[in-house]
Design a protein around this ligand. Structure first.
Ligand code: PLP
Length: 488
């Protein structure tokens, strides 16, 4: 870690940020006061609710303030030092710093900070793997330097090859993400796709099932990573499987990047030494701005570097700057303490839920999230999500493996600890959160549908429960304020 990461400063950050935000909102108000109002209201909402959405967090004032600048106004298509526009020297500085911090933070050979989101990062990864594995060998065979030198016929043949590759990823209801080959997403349309699930009994990732699917299907890309799987993955094993079938291992660490950055996931649980390409979001457990990131080995770097014009246009200079600030924050010892607390708190939350009667997918957690099967309380995920929201607890419904209620109503509630850990919640607070959630589950009943069957959407909550839960939540929140000292 270099000494330049945390320049000593004597300013009162909360007071200075308060001044900055008050001034910014006053300026916005001169043009569209309703946007200023919505911005203030969002802060009040975030301060006043128990945010348990596993994919959300609270970025620091430094990260947030970095996004509100004129770095947004510059076009800089291309890469550092090779832009299609003049005058990009400051964006070059910003992007180079974001990439340098990302490489150092994750120990990666190469980092690409341009993707605007996690989906973009995965698109860049897919197409750069196709460029490296399909396009480059074809061009070499045809003796062409680039695709523009191909005849119409050669180009048609190559396009056909792009569209006929195979990808193997985790199924959606086992916890995978829609970009891992789900048909409604472009990943399911551009690849012949198969998915692997989890073991029916343990609900854990079954590496032998992955291996068997990989040997049978022979994918070009083996995708690992998840949105709703509450366990760590052995990436050394995934790489072994990828190597056995000649696949490129792509790990999407969008959810758990903060745990990798904070050195909670090390050895085979750290994807960076094992994957050819790693994608991420920067706004979940990593606590940065909303955005994407691609890491790669030197071998894949030249293809990833062509993210623009492959699938991206102009990079967001202000967001890349905020990524650099967030990565710098994540390189501090304080972030490692934070990341460990995320994992410890998830354990406490899981134990607290279990001891009060909840069924958890896989029986628990060893990452930042917990997936509760609420069918034991006679509820769908949709009913439980709504009842919790009425009580000031923000979560999201989620399928459980082989979910009988499908992806809309679901049988699960996914909760995560990154956001409340950022507020300073520890073991006592997370145990109290588990208690509140269980009270809501037990106090909620489905309303019978006109068919006579228990409805999947409507519910009733016993009198006074939502109010008492809200006030208990407010006590926890007031004791752990969001952005303490920040006053608008
Ligand atoms: N990959 C995974 C594993 C995710 O969980 C998500 C978002 O939830 C994404 C990719 C997409 O990220 P974004 O919403 O930034 O496009």
């Amino acid at each position: 870690m270099t000494e330049t990461l945390s320049p000593a400063s004597s300013i009162d950050v909360a007071a200075t940020a308060s001044e900055a935000y008050r001034a910014a909102l006053a300026v916005i108000e001169t043009v569209e006061p309703r946007i200023a109002d919505a911005t203030r209201a969002e802060l009040a909402d975030q301060r006043g609710s128990l945010k348990l959405i596993a994919s959300e967090n609270y970025a620091s004032p430094a990260v947030l303030l970095t996004m509100g600048t004129w770095l947004s106004d510059k076009y800089a298509e291309g890469t550092v030092g090779h832009r299609f526009y003049a005058g990009c020297q400051n964006i070059d500085t910003v992007e180079a710093l974001a990439a340098e911090h990302a490489r150092e933070l994750f120990g990666a050979e190469y980092a690409y900070a341009q993707p605007h989101s996690g989906i973009d990062a995965n698109l860049v990864a897919f197409w750069s793997i196709l460029a490296h594995r399909v396009e480059s060998p074809e061009l070499a065979e045809l003796g062409a330097k680039n695709v523009n030198q191909l005849t119409e016929e050669q180009w048609e043949t190559l396009r056909h090859k792009f569209g006929n590759q195979r990808a193997l990823g985790m199924s959606l209801d086992a916890g995978g993400h829609l970009t891992h080959g789900f048909r409604p997403n472009i990943s399911g349309k551009m690849f012949h796709q198969r998915s692997y699930g989890t073991d029916n009994k343990s609900q854990l990732l079954d590496y032998e099932q992955v291996r068997a699917a990989a040997h049978e299907f022979k994918p070009l890309i083996l995708i690992a990573g998840y949105s709703a799987y509450p366990r760590r993955i052995d990436f050394a094993k995934m790489r072994e499987i990828a190597d056995e079938v000649g696949a490129t291992l792509l790990v999407d660490m969008a959810h758990f990047a903060g745990l990798v950055a904070g050195k909670v996931f090390t050895g085979p649980e750290d994807p960076v030494p094992y994957a050819h390409v790693v994608t991420s979001t920067t706004h979940k457990s990593l606590r940065g701005p909303r955005g994407g990131l691609v890491l790669a080995t030197q071998e894949y770097a030249p293809s990833v570097d062509r993210g623009c014009p492959l699938v991206l246009g102009g990079p967001l200079g202000h967001v890349m700057a905020a990524k650099a600030v967030a990565f710098a924050e994540a390189r501090t010892p304080a972030f490692q303490t934070y990341a460990q607390a995320i994992a410890d708190n998830a354990q406490t939350l899981a134990e607290g839920l279990k001891k009060r009667g909840a069924t958890l997918v896989t029986g628990g957690t060893d990452n930042h999230l917990v997936l509760i099967d609420v069918s034991g309380f006679g509820l769908t995920g949709r009913q439980a999500e709504s009842a919790l929201l009425d009580s000031g607890i923000v979560t999201n419904r989620n399928s459980v493996p082989n979910d009988p209620n499908g992806a809309w109503y679901t049988s699960g509630i996914r909760v995560g600890t990154p956001a409340l850990t950022s507020r300073g919640f520890g073991a006592d607070e997370f145990d109290a959160v588990a208690d509140l959630m269980i009270k809501v589950f037990k106090g909620t009943s489905p309303v019978t549908a006109s068919t006579g069957k228990p409805g999947k959407a409507k519910y009733t909550v016993v009198d006074g429960l939502a109010e008492s839960t809200k006030s208990a939540a407010a006590e926890l929140l007031d004791a752990n304020p969001l952005y303490p000292g920040l006053q608008l």
